[in-house]
Ligand binder design. Structure first.
Ligand code: HSE
Length: 309
């Protein structure tokens, strides 16, 4: 039986603009790794966290990976313990699904230690508990794509149903992460719980248009349906220069541009040939507001979390 397992889980763009808390896609370029060693001593222990200078909780109950594994251990009354080390490849507070990726990598690694592996749906539910530790709420738009891969829609919380949505083959995602920290809890706290009927109608139409555009390879439909009229207007003030960065992306041919998850990373969908110009324009727009940034151009691949050889 295996005693030591390492798993990788990719970063994700949550919301993808129009699908607040229910839609997300993978970013192949970066991710977190979790290594678990089976132990005779029961319980879950976080033994090391590397790849970040920020202090993350070592107490399993308060750590996203630890909490997800505790949920697995408790639900299945596992008779062994786990020593867990986490290697952060995703910047903290970036809006790239770092807490979700750690939780997902943890449950995928933990699953490989079980005599009878669990289904991905069961793993999803355990990882959701880990994500809740970091963000203060249970949402699935980062967890589901990090686990399943690709662009993933999730319906339901207690009994989540997931669907991988096809993405037109020529689409690329440009991501620009300005060097600032934005707390997901804070970016959720500022949201109003009141939405006007007209905004609900627009958002529903755009989400429906976005999904149908993906299924039918209709880039014109994606372009018209990309706008998030509910969340982005409330959050953009948290990201210095957001409007200029978005304008830069759109004026260089992006299909659409919005906030990745809770921000501050901004993402744009575009056709492959336009990606470099869009990336450079977005980076320059952040620089004009005094912010250096990391940047990536990623395919929206179909690979989710996996055990590493
Ligand atoms: N859907 C979440 C949000 C993603 O936008 O708050 C962040 O974890």
């Amino acid at each position: 039986m295996t005693d030591i397992v390492t798993a990788f889980a990719p970063a994700t763009v949550g919301n993808v603009g129009v699908g607040f808390d229910i839609l997300g896609h993978t970013v192949e370029a970066i991710g977190d790794r979790v290594r678990i060693a089976r132990s005779r001593e029961p319980g879950v222990r976080i033994t090391a966290i590397t790849g970040t200078s920020e202090a993350l909780p070592l107490e399993a109950e308060r750590n996203t990976a630890g909490r997800a594994l505790l949920a697995m251990v408790e639900a299945h009354r596992l008779d062994f313990g786990m020593d867990v080390s986490i290697e952060k490849g995703i910047p903290l507070g970036s809006g790239l699904g770092g807490s979700a990726a750690s939780a997902v990598a943890a449950v995928v690694a933990g699953n490989a230690l079980l005599a009878t592996p669990l289904s991905k749906l069961e793993l999803l539910k355990f990882a959701m508990q880990g994500e809740a530790v970091a963000s203060g709420s249970v949402h699935v738009d980062n967890i589901a794509p990090s686990l399943f891969g690709g662009l993933v829609l999730t319906v339901g919380i207690d009994n989540p149903r997931t669907k991988q949505i096809p993405v037109p083959a020529t689409v690329r995602c440009v991501l620009v992460h300005p060097h600032m920290f934005l707390s997901t809890k804070e970016a959720r706290r500022i949201l109003s719980d009141q939405v006007s009927l007209s905004d609900v109608i627009w958002q529903c139409a755009n989400l429906a248009g976005f999904i149908s555009g993906c299924y039918t390879d209709d880039l014109a439909m994606l372009r018209d349906a990309f706008a998030d009229v509910v969340i982005e207007p409330q959050r953009q003030a948290l990201i210095p220069g957001f409007a200029d960065v978005q304008r830069a992306a759109m004026s260089h041919g992006a299909i659409g541009c919005s906030i990745s998850g809770a921000g501050p990373t901004v993402f744009a969908w575009c056709e492959e040939g336009a990606a470099v110009a869009i990336r450079d324009a977005m980076v320059a727009a952040f620089a004009a507001h005094g912010l250096d940034s990391d940047r990536w151009i990623s395919q929206i691949g179909q690979d989710g979390a996996r055990v590493l050889p």
